[in-house]
Design a protein around this ligand. Sequence first.
Ligand SMILES: Nc1ncnc2c1ncn2[C@@H]1O[C@H](COP(=O)(O)OP(=O)(O)OP(=O)(O)O)[C@@H](O)[C@H]1O
Ligand SMILES: [Mg+2]
Length: 380
Amino acid sequence: MASVTFDKATRLYPGGTKPAVDQLDIEIADGEFLVLVGPSGCGKSTSLRMLAGLEDVNGGAIRIGERDVTHLPPKDRDIAMVFQNYALYPHMSVADNMGFALKIAGVNKTDIRAKVEEAAKILDLTEYLDRKPKALSGGQRQRVAMGRAIVREPQVFLMDEPLSNLDAKLRVSTRTQIASLQRRLGITTVYVTHDQVEALTMGDRVAVLKDGLLQQVDTPRNMYDRPANLFVAGFIGSPAMNLVEVPITDGGVKFGNSVVRVSRDALAAAADRGDTTVTVGVRPEHFDVVEHGGGAGASLRKDDDSEAAGLAVSVNVVEELGADGYVYGSAKVGGDAHKDLVVRVGGRAIPEKGSVLHVVPRSDEMHVFSTSTGERLSDV
Ligand SMILES: Nc1ncnc2c1ncn2[C@@H]1O[C@H](COP(=O)(O)OP(=O)(O)OP(=O)(O)O)[C@@H](O)[C@H]1O
Ligand SMILES: [Mg+2]
């Protein structure tokens, strides 16, 4: 087992003008489960392949433990990789597939058998050891691919979208299995996915990439509670955070007809740059639904932190999920233009399509970003 360090690691593909991975800096602790996540083409696989030694590094360094592996061939790095398509040998039995790397390494037959049986027990594959891959389900094949990595007892596991061939239900159960297996084995793991739910549920920490540039590395909780910029704010969380550009006014921001108080420091930082607006972010679950009494524009909620009239959201679509539901509507938030909003409501309080819902964003849960640079200004 070992730590893994990306030290300003850069990959510029031949003929490219812009690096696919640009000065990537991440320190992964011994035994940690780190997830690389981001949209298609952001450089996840390239980063993983650089660590595996399958891709040249054009700048910076990669270390496994204290060892600089930047220019070592893959076989000398003591890593095992699980690919999206599993790449099992069709003509070999499950046991032979799992033991193949050990056979190549010259390990004797008895030891191979013992290691394969042990891994099969962990992965619940014992009864399938003599079958060929084609006689297995997708989930079982995925476990064979895991088994092949486990028997090598590497210092680092690398996984590139290993669940993408599984159906939705199996994906959920397998992700739990992989996460708990990794914790049990304690092997440092770098896991690539484009699915932010997978990233949040599996990772000790999550690294978000965009256009080859690292946006934020953090625990799932911090990533959700304190996204570092507008990109992360919009990418992490489902349904996505509502992001609305609003004018700065005295003491707060103008949200619909009302002034909502937000961090003074955040507004000062925006004003310092000469911005007259900020972009506020409100997660769907951070709106309070208020009774619409007392006529238009009435102040519907007053407390120490906020003073706001309910924002009128015209309900376009309602998604009922049982325990709760999501309302997709539109509202006049900043200026005259209508803005689409998503609001989470309780399962027993789902409004009718076509009705109007009055909501108030919780000021202590509002995120404030610079409209011009996208960076986070609030520190709540
Ligand atoms: N062999 C290559 N030669 C040139 N460019 C490449 C090569 N492989 C990848 N790229 C480019 O590098 C960028 C990053 O690709 P990469 O495969 O790392 O993305 P990814 O984040 O894994 O995406 P996905 O989620 O679609 O798998 C992309 O713009 C891609 O077109
Ligand atoms: Mg990829």
